[in-house]
Design a protein around this ligand. Structure first.
Ligand SMILES: *Cc1c(COP(=O)(O)O)cnc(C)c1O
Length: 427
């Protein structure tokens, strides 16, 4: 795969090989990360990166779109099929700009958006102080309650008082199920649009293991590279009534030419997600997450909300008296990679929060199951007990290396097959 790179840029070749070895020799627990198939990687590395395709299939501003029109149609149709959506836009460069596109389609600058605070597990683009979303729009934020749960009564009261134009559901660090139906009802009651951001959850939604927001939201936004296990990218889904303005909001509203190589790789990932193997994978993500959370609690770790319904586990480190950042760095030296994170109502600043966020999508892709979760909980607990003892940490890192060597990064997830349907142009 890399022969040309090896020959013409040996330094970058070497760095990429080093990163590949790193990814294979560590326990990757960052819940927004995954390993994609070689098929997805081939598509992102394809000649489609050479093509400019501003516009949409059948309505481009450049010629030579005989193939790209088909590629984008296949991607859109596969997205519509697996998410059961009327309309799909596969052009957003990533999740953040997909969100901006959703707001841009529905409301005008200066109007009001209402999303979850960053500190409670919301995303920057849900109206955080430091994000452009709170500069273009008036942003108000709700939080989770003291137990770490979304409180729909509080959210409803806030919506009645604030009268936002958009209510955003969806999170980046929330370990529990979300009731998108209630969000839809609240939005309807106060005359707001409902934008649902399932960047983290989309793989679970496709597998039917989390409620889908499609029936209850005006626009659904997602990344394609988290649980969905595709290339880095973004995607928007909506009802037919919003299709034209949504497409316009992305192009020409805020983007130029689509990344057609990414769109092709998204199409590949969507086909992979439309298989029994993916359903089994998604179920195992949840089993692993549940098991890992139980074992961590047995080892004396406090978890926000006392457990998880999804692939995310948020550890509250206050009882252990270990700052989240120090723990994340010690774990990284032990080849266990997570990210420090605020916990709800954290008294510490976001640069020095009291939490660690981990998740199971990537290790599940490697084929790890319940017995490995028990080992991982034990390894993490030993790191916590040996903060500052670099000899012990180094010993743990050797054990991790041995564990990962039993689970090589897979190249393929599905059995090759002929497509049952030609996902081509609609008419
Ligand atoms: C990851 C994430 C995003 C942003 O995705 P990027 O591709 O990093 O821009 C948006 N919203 C939520 C809830 C996320 O978790």
């Amino acid at each position: 795969m890399y022969s040309a790179l090896e020959k013409y840029d040996p330094q970058l070749f070497e760095l990429i090989k080093q990163e590949e070895a790193r990814q294979s020799g560590v326990l990757r627990l960052i819940p927004s990360e995954n390993y994609v198939s070689q098929a997805v990687r081939m598509a992102t590395g394809s000649c489609l990166t050479n093509k400019y395709s501003e516009g949409y299939p059948g309505k481009r501003y450049y010629e030579g779109q005989q193939i790209t029109d088909l590629v984008e149609d296949v991607a859109r149709n596969r997205a519509k099929k697996i998410f059961k959506a009327d309309h799909a836009n596969v052009q957003p460069y990533s999740g953040s700009v997909a969100n901006l596109g959703a707001y841009n389609a529905l409301i005008k600058p200066g109007m009001k958006i209402m999303g979850l605070t960053l500190g409670s597990g919301g995303h920057l683009t849900h109206g955080s102080k430091v994000s452009i979303t709170s500069k273009f729009f008036k942003a108000v934020n709700y939080t989770v309650n003291e137990d770490g749960y979304l409180d729909y009564d509080v959210i409803r009261d806030m919506a009645r008082k604030e009268r936002p134009n958009i209510i955003i559901s969806g999170t980046t660090a929330y370990p529990r199920a979300i009731d998108f139906k209630i969000f839809g009802e609240i939005a309807k009651e106060v005359g707001a649009y409902h934008v649902s951001d399932i960047a983290h959850l989309s793989g679970l939604v496709v597998a039917g293991l989390h409620q889908s927001p499609i029936p209850y939201a005006d626009i659904v936004s997602t990344t394609t590279h988290k649980t969905l296990r595709g290339p880095r990218g973004g995607m928007l889904l909506c009802k037919e009534e919003h299709a034209v303005k949504l497409d316009k909001a992305i192009m020409p509203g805020q983007q130029g030419g689509p990344h057609m190589h990414t769109i092709a790789a998204i199409a590949v990932a969507l086909a992979e997600a439309d298989t029994k193997e993916f359903l089994v994978y998604a179920e195992q993500i949840l089993k692993n997450s549940k098991r890992l959370s139980e074992k961590l609690m047995e080892k004396g770790f406090d978890l926000v909300t006392g457990g998880t319904d999804n692939h995310i586990i948020l550890i509250d480190l206050r009882k252990k008296h270990i700052p989240g950042r120090d723990f994340a760095k010690a774990l990284d030296r032990a080849r266990i990679v997570g990210n420090f994170n605020t916990i709800p109502h954290d008294s510490a600043p976001p640069t020095k929060p009291n939490g660690l966020r981990i998740g199971t999508p990537a290790i599940t892709t490697r084929g790890m199951r319940e017995p490995e979760m028990d080992i991982i909980a034990d390894l993490m607990s030993r790191v916590a007990d040996n903060m500052g003892n670099e000899e012990a940490i180094s010993k743990i890192s050797q054990e991790v290396l041995l564990l990962t060597s039993r689970f090589p990064v897979p190249e393929h997830f599905t059995i090759p097959k002929k497509m049952e349907h030609p996902f081509g142009c609609n008419e």
